[in-house]
Design a protein around this ligand. Structure first.
Ligand SMILES: Nc1ncnc2c1ncn2[C@@H]1O[C@H](COP(=O)(O)OP(=O)(O)OP(=O)(O)O)[C@@H](O)[C@H]1O
Length: 742
């Protein structure tokens, strides 16, 4: 019955969508209404499609004394109402307040729930039921032997956890646990930090929170959008499918490196360089780099104007620069002030040379004449080139590329940094930018300001081009240009023009291009989001935080991470230090304590590594054992490769295998990569999980980075089933608990 209703809803949305797309023209209001309809129906269809699998996964039976009218509630991936019957609820969206007891009820606090039922389905067929009785009387009545024990709920969870991994993250709506639920539905309106060890479901919780917030605060959030920041592209791929399946489209997923519109990171910095670029010292360096582009000529520059000469001397330029700087506007916006001041002085010079009144009498030039002279100067290309060179119009890309590739520019702009840091910033023969450059570009964009005039002109040009394209499309359709049509007077062809003109077509294309808030946001550096979620938040540098905070002035954020897993030397080990400058102490810390990924045998080994990173922390409690001990195998150096290959080949079961190595070891094994086998550095494996993990030469992982211990901790905690270590060098002492094999 529910699937029938789902089909009907989908069919309705498709029809309405086609209708909306067919309409064109009209008043701006009609167009904007149409745009919202198109967006709404598109989102609806995506939502219904995503709900197809496991549409209804749960049911709660309520004590009739608590809710006599509605003792049964079905819980699912979308909400469905019964139109024929006074809009009764047939299926409750998992995010609805009435669905909450499904996640929270326990035998100790049943919240009126007598029974929780998990419903398993496969392509529209029910394949299994699991009942959990929350009050003993109901259990006995139903003849359930094991009574109130939560066994069935646990079995749904364990089935989910033991399933072989596919390389795509699954939603957890069927088995959200109560400490997770509290975070997902938190009403906290400022910064919330979710700290939790590996595998505690931080990523899952962050994504479900996004879905919950969009559901609950639809009005506020759908327009502004929600931004989710993750550590790398592989990770975004991994989680990318979860959100649409939760039914949300107003969400932009991005890495820090991709957050600056129009620039994609193509270059990778060394860890040390990344650390310098991530530090707050860069704010001053960049300020100085911009000031260094505001020049004063060392020798006077003579320019010819109207057969006479005028001189740009130090005094003139210094005064103009002072005036522009004291406006406190960003560089590009202060430029017109500089130019006016220079032109004013040059015009005065010209007037003084040519037109001083005879014997001190009145000047030969009227005010209007002087204004004309200034205008002429402004349109004199040679003169303007000379003026522009002193205070050029600049783009962030240009300033940063020039700075990083020039020793002398670095020596002036970064003079307050130690010489070795300056050397780390310097790059030779590198084109393109790195992920650590994105926050620097963003900072520069603020310092430079956008000269709106140029931007508006570009927008107009683009719009004209779009109209021209649309015209072109119409011409192709009709086979000729409009003026020919008039000659031919072919009524059929004229009808095509009657139906739609170029600007209407362009509008319609424009409308399709601008479907979601997320897409609009991605192209706009100054977009401010309704909510921002950061995963692996411990990895962000101080500069990256500045970039992010610009995008969320209301500071409504959810930050999830684990300071014990910080791998980036530019990242942080303390939430307070990161957040202090932006929200002082007004942020809330919540913790997740149960590990759903890694079996207890592996966590026993990881515990020793964590003790080295921070003795005050303890590993999260694993919900399950795997029954196999993690092992270490020492082999001669020249056999490492062969043993790794053999170990990978021996894994024939379903699920994913990962070979994790130091950055410089990855290439050696790349060729092992296959559908179910990944070869990754620890950095690339951050946030991911695999059934089986093989770590190669842990000593090299340790030695490779100042945060080597954290990297090792991340590597150890990626496995859902089994872990092995292959090494030729000494096994690091912290791994002593591994079982040696030969
Ligand atoms: N309530 C739950 N029901 C079913 N599976 C869950 C639940 N919570 C977490 N998981 C699963 O546990 C695994 C780990 O979750 P997740 O990747 O979100 O952890 P994490 O805290 O982000 O880990 P890390 O810090 O290592 O990146 C995932 O496979 C996730 O689907």
């Amino acid at each position: 019955m529910l699937y029938d209703r789902l089909d009907a809803l989908r069919a309705y949305a498709s029809t309405r969508l086609s209708k909306a797309l067919l309409q064109t023209g009209g008043t701006p209001q009609a167009r904007s209404e149409r745009e919202s309809f198109t967006q709404m129906y598109t989102e609806d269809i995506a939502k219904y499609d995503a709900a197809e699998n496991g549409l209804c996964f749960g049911r709660i039976d309520l004590d009739p004394e608590v809710d006599g009218d509605d003792p049964l509630r079905y819980i699912g991936r979308v909400g469905i109402l019964d139109e024929a019957n006074d809009f009764e609820t047939l299926l409750l969206d998992w995010r609805a307040p009435l669905a909450r007891p499904f996640y929270l009820a326990t035998p100790a606090a049943p919240e009126g729930v007598t029974r929780r039922r998990h419903i398993r389905t496969r392509s529209r067929k029910v394949t299994g039921l699991g009942d959990e009785y929350l009050d003993l009387a109901a259990a006995r009545q139903a003849g359930a032997v094991d009574g109130a024990g939560g066994v069935a709920g646990e079995s749904a969870l364990l089935t989910a956890l033991n399933a072989a991994r596919t390389g795509q993250m699954n939603d957890i709506v069927e088995t959200i646990q109560s400490e997770q639920d509290a975070i997902i539905r938190s009403e906290h309106k400022s910064v919330m930090v979710v700290q939790g060890g590996p595998g505690t479901g931080k990523t899952a919780v962050a994504l479900h929170r996004a879905a919950y917030l969009l559901y609950t605060y639809r009005q506020q959030l759908a327009k502004a959008g929600v931004l989710i920041v993750g550590p790398n592209a592989t990770f975004l791929d991994y989680i990318g499918q979860v959100l649409p399946s939760l039914g949300e489209t107003g969400v932009l997923l991005s890495t820090i490196g991709d957050l600056y519109p129009g620039v994609t990171a193509t270059h990778q910095d060394s860890l040390e360089t990344g650390k310098v670029k991530g530090s707050l010292d860069m704010v001053e360096v960049l300020k100085q780099a911009v000031r260094d582009r505001q020049l004063v000529p060392s020798e006077p520059v003579t320019l010819s104007f109207d057969t006479y000469t005028v001189t740009l001397d130090r005094k003139t330029v210094t005064r103009a620069r002072g005036r522009a700087r004291s406006s406190r506007r960003p560089h590009n916006l202060a430029r017109p002030i500089f130019v006016s001041a220079v032109i004013e002085s040059l015009a005065d010079q010209y007037v003084a040379t040519l037109g001083a009144g005879i014997d001190g009498g009145p000047s030969l030039f009227s005010r209007d004449d002087v204004a004309d002279i200034r205008d002429e100067m402004r349109s004199d290309p040679d003169l303007m080139t000379a003026v522009n060179d002193l205070w050029p119009l600049l783009s962030p890309q240009q300033v940063l590329a020039d700075l990083l590739s020039s020793r002398s520019r670095l020596d002036t702009a970064a003079r307050d940094l130690p010489a070795e840091q300056r050397a780390l910033l310097h790059r030779v023969g590198v084109a393109g930018f790195s992920a650590a450059d994105a926050p620097l570009l963003d900072e520069l964009a603020e310092l430079l300001g956008v000269d709106d005039a140029a931007e508006r002109e570009r927008a107009t040009r683009e719009w004209r081009a779009q109209i021209a394209d649309a015209q072109g499309a119409l011409d192709i359709l009709t086979g000729s240009a409009p003026q020919d049509l008039e000659d031919e007077l072919d009524p059929e062809i004229l009808m095509a023009y009657d139906l739609i003109d170029a600007s209407q077509l362009a509008q319609r294309q424009d409308l399709r291009q601008r479907l979601t808030a997320a897409e609009r946001a991605a192209a706009d550096r100054t977009w401010t989001y309704g909510h921002v979620i950061v995963d692996e938040a411990q990895e962000l540098s101080a500069m990256a935080w500045r970039m992010l905070m610009r995008r969320i002035p209301n500071r409504w954020m959810t930050l999830v991470g684990d300071t014990a897993q910080t791998g980036d030397p530019a990242g942080s080990s303390s939430w307070q230090t990161v957040l202090e400058p932006y929200v002082a102490r007004r942020w809330k810390l919540t913790e997740l304590t149960v590990n759903y990924r890694t079996p207890s045998e592996i966590m026993a080994v990881a515990q020793d590594v964590l003790a080295q990173i921070d003795p005050a922390q303890s590993v999260p409690r694993s919900v399950r054992d795997s029954g196999t001990a993690p092992w270490a195998r020492r082999v001669p150096e020249d056999e490492v490769a062969a043993v790794v290959r053999a170990s990978v080949a021996a894994e024939t079961g379903p699920g994913l295998v990962a070979v994790l190595t130091s950055e410089d070891g990855v290439d050696e094994f790349r060729d092992l990569t296959a559908d179910s086998v990944s070869v990754l550095s620890v950095r690339e494996a951050k946030g991911l999980e695999f059934d089986v993990v093989l770590i190669v030469e842990p000593k090299r992982i340790l030695d490779e980075s100042p945060r080597g211990m954290n990297d090792l901790y991340v590597a150890l905690t990626r496995a859902t089933q089994r872990l092995g270590v292959v090494h030729a060098r000494e096994l690091p002492e912290v791994l002593a608990k591994l079982t040696p094999v030969h």
